[in-house]
Design a binder for this molecule. Structure first.
Ligand code: UDP
Ligand code: 7WV
Length: 456
């Protein structure tokens, strides 16, 4: 670690889109940079920074404005209005932050910006800085979106099978929700497609994945951009253990019920618990929530279910009381500690990309229940490419019914397919650790990025 202020080799500003799923990976990448001697300032919006619970972290945090300082996107008239204002006010306040850091003796050399915020590259170039775009989604997802941007993949989808370079044949339901359900969330659709609008001007394209996980698509995309895989961005003490203080993400938008979760898990036997979570954003339909509640109950397994406060009202009446012998429902948990607890034998998940990488890195088999955005594509890979889990089938309304939930949980916990999946899971655990460990594919890529930063 570098302690002397003057001894830093360069100064990177790392700008994250203001959600948990984007802050976590960019914060972890920041820690890796700092460990290699780079000074890092993590930047997010003022509105989200106010809600962050800081756990131990050495990374300096600064804020810019999205134009909605009293509530962020929740406060905006529409998603489109939010993103447009964020673009304008964000560019201005990012410029002001660069000037402030420069005049306080900490000038910035490079901006690592979330691919959702392509305007940050224009700011970087205006200031003559190195610009590195950071993709927080899988390379498979990025490649699908790129082909939409290019107009090669035409929407609405009309073919039953989608063939793209570097990807397995996909069915429409395996593509991101904004594509297969074309017209849903048009502003987010534009945002994810416009990630590629100025990518040719970026000096680096960094992706939170690892080479061994997405080899074919990485090879294909690395032919068009200076692409480097740098993940999985999981606290070091859960992987290579080289960053001694790095045992938690550190910026949590919700307060985790750590004691309640860990005490409860400690009383459970090895592999006996189903861990259920849909991440920080997904809102389930009431009917889906009820079916899942019934499925968990019918599975007769122990379960730890994260139900955010905003989702609580959708649970069946008296569910928590009636299942208290078997289940624990919390509003937020320390997911890394939970997934690495030996009591956990199965992860029922929305397949957010961070959760997917975490389960993969810890060897925890998954039951995939994707909800929106990139999650269906991740679920397809989990089941058919990485063979790390099973995708629960949905009915004509798109819901996972209670029988299916029960059946797939049991299949993972004690079925024949479960054994095969567990074997694969352990293979991925090993490869994920090796990628970030000394001399691994992601470690070498970060080394290269830092070395060129110092000489540029
Ligand atoms: N997470 C957590 N506690 C929870 C649920 C999730 O700490 O109870 C973390 C999880 O470890 C992951 C992130 O929140 O790093 C969620 O990111 P993901 O990409 O999986 O989903 P999103 O929230 O973006 O939909
Ligand atoms: C937040 C808002 C919109 C999207 C995402 C997160 C994501 O998929 O990461 Br499209």
């Amino acid at each position: 670690m570098v302690n002397e202020k003057n001894a830093y080799r360069a100064h990177c500003l790392v700008l994250a889109y203001p959600t948990q799923g984007h802050i976590n990976p960019m914060l972890q990448f920041s820690k890796r940079l700092e460990h290699k001697g780079v000074r890092v300032t993590l930047v997010t919006t003022y509105s989200i920074s106010k809600t962050i619970h800081k756990e131990a972290t050495s990374i300096a945090l600064e804020t810019i404005s999205d134009g909605y300082d009293d509530g962020g996107i929740e406060q905006a008239e529409s998603i489109q209005a939010y993103l447009e204002r964020f673009w304008r006010v964000g560019s201005q306040t990012l410029s002001q932050l660069l000037e402030k850091l420069s005049s306080s003796g900490c000038p910035v050399d490079c901006i690592v910006y979330d691919a959702f915020l392509p305007w940050a590259l224009d700011v970087a170039k205006k200031f003559g800085l190195v610009g590195a775009v950071f993709f927080t989604q899988s390379c498979a997802v990025d490649n699908i979106l790129f082909h939409v941007y290019k107009g090669v993949l035409k929407l609405p989808l009309s073919e039953p099978e989608i063939l793209l370079p570097g990807l397995p044949p996909l069915q429409p339901q395996d593509t991101p929700s904004f594509i297969c359900d074309f017209g849903s969330y048009p502003a987010f659709f534009d945002m994810v497609v416009q990630q590629f609008s100025n990518i040719d001007k970026a000096d680096w394209v960094l992706c939170n994945t690892f080479y061994e996980l997405e080899q074919e698509v990485v090879d294909w995309m690395a032919k068009i951009w200076p692409l480097r895989t740098i993940g999985p961005t999981i606290p070091s003490m859960f992987l290579d253990r080289r960053l001694k203080d790095d045992n938690v993400y550190g910026f949590s938008i919700f307060k985790p019920s750590t004691d309640a979760c860990m005490t409860w898990l400690n009383d459970r036997t090895k592999g006996s618990v189903v861990y259920v979570s849909f991440g920080s954003m997904a809102a389930l339909e009431v009917e889906q929530m009820q079916e899942l509640a019934w499925g968990l109950r019918m599975s007769n397994r122990y379960f730890l279910w994260v139900v955010r406060k905003s989702e609580e009202a959708k649970l069946p009446e008296n569910f928590v009381e009636e299942t208290s012998e078997k289940g624990l429902v919390v509003r937020w948990c320390p997911q890394l500690e939970v997934l690495t607890h030996e009591a956990v034998g199965c992860f029922v998940t929305h397949c957010g990309w961070n959760s997917t990488l975490e389960a993969l890195s810890f060897g925890v088999p998954m039951v995939a229940v994707p909800q929106w955005t990139d999650q269906s594509t991740n679920a397809k890979y989990i089941m058919d490419v990485w063979k790390m889990g099973l995708k629960a089938p949905v009915d004509e309304k798109g819901l996972v019914r209670r029988e299916a939930a029960k059946h797939y949980i049991r299949e993972i916990m004690e079925g024949e397919r479960g054994k095969e999946i567990k074997k694969n899971a352990l293979k991925w655990r090993k490869l994920a650790k090796e990628a970030v460990d000394d001399g691994g594919s992601s470690d070498m890529n970060i080394e290269e990025f830092v070395a060129k930063l110092v000489h540029s």
